[in-house]
Design a protein around this ligand. Structure first.
Ligand code: AMP
Ligand code: MG
Length: 330
């Protein structure tokens, strides 16, 4: 199959919507990362997302809809704070998990009684979803566990020959996946950190919890159980500058090509060593992270990450993705 990359406008949107209605899979731009979308009402279409990605069968999908779509058709009630949060943050990088009416394919939520819904703010995504006018189930458009895609080329690199169409909306400005928020309890609870932060949600809803699975417990958001977002080169994640440079020099002596991924403030101390500049703020790091991880796997034999010193706000999401990309804590 030929995989075409088309700008997300005009006839390409019509073609994408027609493919979705036919049960095919289409990749599309959002403000977070690119999504791999299929008709959420179709069992076969949803199953093909899992097989294309090699995604574990117990990791549920997020359903994407346009701003005018009546999500009441899909939900079995909602707590009062959910309305307030929707008004404050949607469209945008916030996925809300609700009790489900079970209208979409059972493969979307992998047997859970809930449904995760997102209204992306990217104009390209909105235009595509309006044209399709049905819920589009979409995980990130990467092979399972690989780094999430933030350009159409990244999607092409993972799915060339396997999907008919990629809707190109340019580079993703957000850069990390949406915040996933459980809206089934009396207090909203974050299942996955992202660009809509705990602080932002609490300032609107009054309270906001963050869910951490207890040791041995099956996590509420199954996707959080896996090593994820990983570049295909060797990696090391360290706390200090000294550890990073000694690993670097050791790798270079062995004839390898090391590279250091760190916050902007450390770069002037690196001497002539190869580096990738993660940025100086949470937002900047979120926007750059995945493109840098994909660059590293093309050019380095060993990627050494130095844990950023900042915390709070968007950094919660950035640190979560970094830890999981490098396969564990510092
Ligand atoms: P991805 O689409 O690859 O960005 O991953 C979607 C994330 O949303 C994963 O961490 C899933 O586990 C989570 N998710 C999707 N649907 C649900 C749901 N019904 N309940 C809890 N988490 C969900
Ligand atoms: Mg993903």
């Amino acid at each position: 199959m030929e995989t075409r990359i088309l700008k997300a406008e005009g006839d390409a949107l019509k073609e994408a919507a027609a493919l979705i209605r036919k049960g095919e899979v289409v990749a599309f731009h959002t403000e977070t990362v690119y999504g791999l979308g299929a008709n959420a009402f179709s069992d076969e279409a949803v199953k093909s997302i899992f097989s294309l990605k090699g995604r574990p069968a117990d990791n549920p999908l997020i359903v994407h809809v346009h701003q005018g779509y009546d999500i009441g058709k899909l939900l079995d009630g909602e707590p009062p704070y959910a309305k307030v949060l929707r008004r404050a943050f949607l469209p945008g990088p916030l996925t809300m998990v609700y009790p489900s009416k079970g209208k979409v394919s059972k493969f979307v939520s992998c047997g859970l009684p809930t449904l995760a819904i997102r209204v992306p703010s990217s104009p390209a995504a909105q235009a595509f979803l309006r044209e399709a006018d049905l819920p589009v189930a979409a995980p990130s458009a990467n092979i399972s566990k690989h780094v999430s895609p933030v350009t159409a080329q990244h999607v092409f690199d993972d799915f060339n020959g396997k999907i008919p169409l990629i809707l190109d909306g340019g580079a993703c400005t957000g850069g990390i996946e949406s915040t996933v928020l459980d809206c089934t309890g009396t207090v909203p609870q974050i299942l996955r950190e992202g660009l809509v932060t705990r602080e932002m949600i609490a300032s609107v809803a009054g309270e906001c919890g963050v869910y951490h699975a207890a040791v041995g417990e099956k996590p509420k958001s199954p996707g959080m159980a896996y090593k994820h977002y990983s570049p295909r080169c060797r990696t090391a994640y360290v706390k200090t500058f000294g550890e990073a440079t000694s690993l670097y020099d050791e790798e270079e002596t062995k004839g390898g090509k090391p590279c250091i991924l760190c916050e902007s403030g450390l770069i002037s101390r690196l001497g002539g060593r190869c580096f990738l500049d993660l940025g100086a703020s949470g937002e900047e790091m979120a926007q750059r992270l995945y493109a840098l991880l994909r660059r590293a796997e093309r050019t380095a034999t060993l990627l050494i990450g130095i844990a950023p010193s900042m915390e709070g706000g968007v950094m919660a999401g950035v640190l979560n993705r970094l830890t999981r990309a490098f396969g564990g804590d510092v």
